[in-house]
Ligand binder design. Structure first.
Ligand code: V0V
Ligand code: CO
Length: 146
């Protein structure tokens, strides 16, 4: 079951300058940043709010690490802006399988590595009224996090 907005992915040309805009304008700070080579992105997660299921909602700022990546191609065509939305679920495998059964193209056979140790997959934007849609299961928190 999809229970929350996990994040909104925003493509940008210059991650550091975009992070500074969100900090100076709204006061949002970087909660986490990493490079995901498989996805071809350098990213910063800005936590917006905690949620009732123990997860959180973020903005995910994305700078491509190579031109032929998904974000690099999208930026070249569209310029900066909202690239995808991501719904949070406790069980991305089951939700992806259920959605695939409804005839929506799920891009990966198995969820792949996402931000902060999460497991992610994507739904094709052409099957989702033009919105690239991601499904995310957050990494289980370490026992001493509670
Ligand atoms: C492409 N299209 C989009 C789109 N990207 N429409 C809406 N939103 C987007 N973000 C449209 C594009 O305008 C074309 O429409 C059509 O889809 C085919 O696009 P293309 O430019 O030819 O590109 P493709 O087909 O090579 O790749 C598109 C897909 C690709 C969606 C398959 O971007 C992909 O695999 N995305 C999933 C991975 C990803 O986005 N990773 C970056 C975020 P017309 O012109 O034919 O009408 S990584 C992330 O979020 C992480 C790590 C995380 O959350 O933890
Ligand atoms: Co994402």
């Amino acid at each position: 079951m999809l229970t929350r907005i996990d994040h909104i992915g925003i493509a940008c040309f210059d991650l550091d300058r975009t992070v500074e805009f969100y900090r100076a304008t709204y006061g949002f700070e970087v909660f986490h940043s990493e490079v995901n080579e498989e996805q071809g992105v350098r990213e910063a997660m800005l936590k917006i709010n905690e949620t009732s299921d123990g997860g959180a909602s973020y903005l995910q700022l994305l700078e491509p690490t190579r031109e032929d990546s998904a974000v690099g191609k999208w930026l070249a065509k569209n310029g900066e802006g909202v690239h995808h939305i991501a719904f949070g679920t406790a069980d991305v495998d089951t939700d992806a399988a259920d959605i695939r059964d409804k005839g929506v193209r799920v891009l990966y056979d198995e969820p792949r590595k996402g931000s902060m140790g999460s497991r992610i997959t994507f739904l094709h934007p052409k099957d989702c009224h033009g919105v690239l849609t991601e499904l995310v299961t957050a990494a289980p928190s370490a026992p001493d996090d509670h």
